[in-house]
Design a binder for this molecule. Sequence first.
Ligand SMILES: NC(=O)c1ccc[n+]([C@@H]2O[C@H](COP(=O)([O-])OP(=O)(O)OC[C@H]3O[C@@H](n4cnc5c(N)ncnc54)[C@H](O)[C@@H]3O)[C@@H](O)[C@H]2O)c1
Length: 265
Amino acid sequence: MDIRFDGKTILVTGSASGIGRGIATEFAASGGNVAVADINLEGARKTAAELESAHGIRALPVHADVTRKASVQDMSARVMERFGRIDVLINNAGVTLSYPLVEFPEDKWDLTLGINLKGYFLVAQAVVPHLIAGGRGGVIVNIASKTGLRGSADNSAYSASKGGVVIMSQGWCREFAKHQIRVNCVCPGNVLYGSGSWSDEYKRACARKLGIPVEDVEKFYIDQVPLKRPCSIQDVANLAVFLASDRAAYITGCAYLVDGGQEMR
Ligand SMILES: NC(=O)c1ccc[n+]([C@@H]2O[C@H](COP(=O)([O-])OP(=O)(O)OC[C@H]3O[C@@H](n4cnc5c(N)ncnc54)[C@H](O)[C@@H]3O)[C@@H](O)[C@H]2O)c1
């Protein structure tokens, strides 16, 4: 893709690992300076160092707990101090916790909504004033999920959080268009490899839900996909980078599946 972000600053939450790390890498490969924000500061430092040495850009590791307003305000202030501008926000930090409805622990519901929905709100609240003050417009890409477009069983909190992100993004599209700030969602399918979401615990929960052995869980989900492979981190990163680029200058308020046709059944 001939898309460049030279001189621009991209802030990616949850980018110490998994999908966020892959997205930060793709922006760095396209010349952008990247703020690697994560609750895991050690991981953020490692990712940032790798991006700087591999791509010759500037990368800032920054601690952020997206559930805490003071923490994300501090995060955006640090990014502004280091780079003097923010052009793109990728809201990505998230968790996946699966329980049947009647067993769903209240604290796990609060944790999921706190990170996946309120976290996106708090981070945008901290970053959007800088996008507006910069006077150059800007882009927000919210990483939602296919589960934000069609709920899945044993996933009350995750489904609610991701559906909330999709609708909240539509509201932001209308709210910020006057500042030339575009807002879109990426809705990935099952990123089975390289992401923390598909932990052993989550796979066991899927096996229980589906009534199949845990060894068969990956095959079960791959079989649902017409393209017969799981979503890769690179698939998600490609779409996020495209939506953040000027190639997508007329696209706002949309939620795009990247799922190999899984939801088209
Ligand atoms: N993996 C999938 O199949 C899949 C599918 C659709 C959507 N998603 C979404 O992609 C995003 C990334 O998920 P992933 O699979 O890469 O997970 P992951 O666990 O690999 O990465 C999540 C990152 O977020 C960070 N994080 C967690 N809580 C945080 C907090 N309070 N503040 C700041 N950072 C925090 C973690 O430290 C980690 O680096 C999530 O929003 C997830 O819902 C994942």
